[in-house]
Ligand binder design. Structure first.
Ligand code: ADP
Ligand code: MG
Length: 701
């Protein structure tokens, strides 16, 4: 928006300039309306229609000034992307003109047709209606020519059809239980406990012109064929490397676009693989962080397009170099801003902290399966356990100091403490640095990093809603149990220590401070009885294990039917993803790769025949060998392609049967074909190969 001659805004002016945030509300809403809305936002009080009408009108006026002509209820259906349907503000007048209008009813509730969103069988086809409900805790914003209103989405009969509703419920459940614990510790002031999240987002950038030549990237977001480039990430020269001008221009515009939307984009750098980068925002409340992460992914794609680039968010765009993940930094704090996972200077004496820590240790151990499920997708299966991301086994890293504190409690010893360490730089002009009590362990799936946990198993493309629903609900459950035990305690310190001791005895196995990428850990984890669920198909059925159904029922997050629906939707998505990939491979092979190689081979043969006549006496052994090699690979490729085509036609049955078939039969068939094709690529004249190579894609940005 604006004109080309617009004066450059400073960052503070730019930040949130497209958001109907607290500032704008205070400025534009009558005092009593503002107060009542604030109560809804801060304390979860119900909103009345009079207030909604006033807010709607102010929102509309503001949005129109920003250039908006439409509004949309923006929601997050089960497929992990966002959905929007735009209505204009126009309303006809009796004299044939229009005015811009927006009512409280339109703000609060929408009725999109729900029939075309995945529901896992929850929504009967005759009842296609769905409802969206305004989430006033996440600010509305203007993007393009629409006012976006963050909403929850459910069916006519009230079943949850989205990711926001259960996320909000899990936040409330956690708040309720954490408050009980705080009260036990004598905190009567805090009104709410919120979970905070800072998601670090990885992505690749490739040139749009090259991207357009690859049907696999276009249809599936990843390369299904591609011989390795001579150089990958082995020189370790890309991570934190200097940023190329074209990428820097993209990142600058991305920051500005995100700032306008009130997204706290903070850190940007090159990642490990060539053409791979990362963006991290400053953390915020979980549901806002979730909305913002969805927006960030979308804005990344749009801004890339303006720079002749394509942003790949797939977990594994290229074989042979690292894929992309998302680190979900997660913590708890009171409404007054006190971080409940901050160990303070003396963690050994910080009873309240130790209790929260114990709750998380116990929860992660008891619900390993749910954490694994929350990150399960076809794309992420390529990363987990592949020596570039944490293994598919869930474990926790707490660092040496906390581990020895916990050990001493478990053994019943007094904690003697580790002396404060200073990192001597050995250079007088440089300051000596205090060492963090938790060192970094990059290979742990769930690491304590100072005053938060970093859940590192997430794939780059997924919504962070599900992992946070799991984390919040698990923590709520453990805090509930502890609060039950501690309410009425006459010696809190002694009783907390008892709890921590028991947790360490029964669940200490989940703590692992070593190298999570090593084979030795896989064996050790098996000895400890930890779950190892290598693929999505192994993980998902555990969703419906009795203890999990009970967990979500106790905290009113999901009914069993809603869980079945989610499980089924995820299995379907897995199978559909693989089938699309298989079909894309088949088409690329039939229509472009095999004809190109066949044509090249016969061109070689014809050339050879005519040269043999012209230059009698030369044996042409090299050319013959090349033709032989190509011809035998071509033959093998045809066999593999036949096998793939036949596998594609056999995927049948219910969601689990199809997904299992895709994992056991389709995926190996795809890999078989790829093996042949990638070898042919290395032997075929680059000029006739139908696609840009890995080298072009990763090094020509
Ligand atoms: P690293 O790459 O070393 O993990 P970054 O600085 O890239 O570190 O990312 C750390 C992330 O953790 C940031 O998004 C930051 O805002 C977030 N974070 C910091 N404190 C908290 C907290 N209390 N709750 C949630 N997230 C947090
Ligand atoms: Mg990180």
């Amino acid at each position: 928006m604006g004109t080309c001659c617009e004066k450059r805004q400073s960052v503070p002016e730019l930040f949130g300039s497209h958001v109907f945030n607290d500032n704008v509300m205070q400025e534009r809403l009558p005092k009593d309306v503002y107060k009542s809305l604030r109560q809804t936002i801060d304390e979860g009080k119900d909103l009345d229609l009079g207030v909604a009408n006033a807010v709607a009108n102010a929102m509309k006026d503001w949005a129109v000034e920003q250039g908006a002509t439409h509004f949309t209820h923006w929601f997050q259906p089960l497929n992990g992307v966002t959905a929007e349907k735009h209505d204009s503000f126009i309303s006809p007048t009796s004299d044939g003109r229009v005015i811009m209008q927006f009512s409280g009813k339109e703000l609060v509730k929408g009725e999109p047709d729900a029939s075309s969103f995945p529901s896992g069988g929850l929504r009967a086809t005759f009842e296609a209606r769905g409802y969206t409900a305004w989430d006033p805790t996440s600010y509305a914003f203007v993007k393009g020519d629409s006012l976006y209103i963050p909403t929850a989405f459910c069916s006519y009969s009230g079943e949850v059809l989205d990711k926001k509703t259960p996320l909000l419920r899990s936040m409330e459940a956690l708040s309720d239980q954490a408050l009980r614990v705080l009260r036990i510790f004598g905190d009567n002031k805090s009104k709410r406990v919120v979970t905070t999240v800072g998601p670090e987002q990885e992505y690749f950038l490739v040139d749009k012109k090259l991207y357009d030549q690859r049907p696999d990237l276009l249809f599936t977001g990843r390369t299904l064929f591609g011989a390795k480039a001579p150089k990958g990430q082995e020189l370790e020269d890309h991570y934190f490397g200097s940023i190329k001008p074209r990428v820097a221009a993209f990142m600058k515009e991305l920051d500005e676009e995100l700032w306008k939307l009130g997204i706290l984009a903070k850190t940007k750098h090159n990642e490990v693989a060539p053409a791979q980068h990362e963006l991290a925002p400053i953390f915020t409340t979980t549901n806002v962080a979730t909305d913002h992460n969805q927006l960030t992914m979308e804005v990344m794609k749009n801004v890339a397009a303006r720079h002749g680039l394509v942003c790949l968010l797939h977990e594994k765009p290229f074989e042979g170099v690292n894929g992309s993940g998302k680190h979900n930094n997660w913590s708890l704090s009171t409404d007054t801003g006190e971080n409940l996972l901050d160990p303070g200077k003396e963690p050994a004496k910080n009873t309240r902290f130790l209790l929260f820590l114990a709750a998380i240790i116990k929860g992660v151990d008891e619900y390993q399966d749910l954490l694994r499920i929350s990150v399960a997708s076809a794309g992420n299966d390529h990363r987990l356990g592949a020596n570039e991301a944490p293994p598919a086994i869930v474990s926790m890293f707490v660092g040496d100091e906390l581990e020895s504190v916990l050990d001493s409690i478990e053994q019943g010893h007094a904690y003697t403490g580790t002396e404060e360490k200073k990192l001597a730089t050995g250079v007088h002009v440089l300051p000596d640095l205090h060492m963090d009590t938790t060192d970094r362990n990059r290979t742990s799936p769930f690491a304590f990093t100072g005053n938060k946990f970093e859940f590192r198993m997430l794939g780059s493309a997924i919504s962070i809603a599900c992992p946070n629903i799991m984390l919040n609900t698990i923590a709520a459950e453990e805090l509930r149990q502890f609060a039950d035990m501690l309410e009425g305690s006459d010696d809190l310190d002694r009783d907390v220590r008892k709890i921590v001791q028991r947790v360490m005895k029964e669940h200490g196995r989940i703590i692992f401070n070593g190298d999570g990428y090593s084979q030795a850990w896989q064996e050790e984890a098996a000895r400890r009885g930890l779950l190892n669920l290598p693929t999505t198909v192994d993980a998902l059925p555990h969703y419906l294990d009795e203890k999990n159904v009970e967990l979500f029922a106790v905290h009113n997050i999901y009914t069993k039917a809603e869980m079945e629906a989610r499980c089924e939707t995820a299995l379907e998505e897995y199978a559909k993803t693989l089938l699309i990939e298989a079909q894309t491979m088949s088409q690329m092979a039939h229509r472009e790769i095999l004809p190109a190689v066949g044509g090249y081979a016969s061109q070689l043969a014809e050339g050879l025949a005519s040269r043999r006549v012209a230059c009698e006496g030369i044996s042409w052994t090299g050319e013959v060998r090349l033709m032989e090699k190509l011809s035998s690979l071509l033959n093998a490729a045809f066999d593999k392609l036949d096998a793939l085509d036949s596998a594609i036609s056999q995927a049948e049955g219910d969601a689990l049967a199809q997904a299992t078939f895709c994992k056991d039969t389709l995926l190996p068939a795809m890999e078989g074909l790829r093996g042949m094709v990638d070898q042919m690529e290395t032997l075929t004249d680059a000029k006739v190969w139908p696609y840009p190579s890995y080298g072009d894609l990763m090094f020509r940005v």
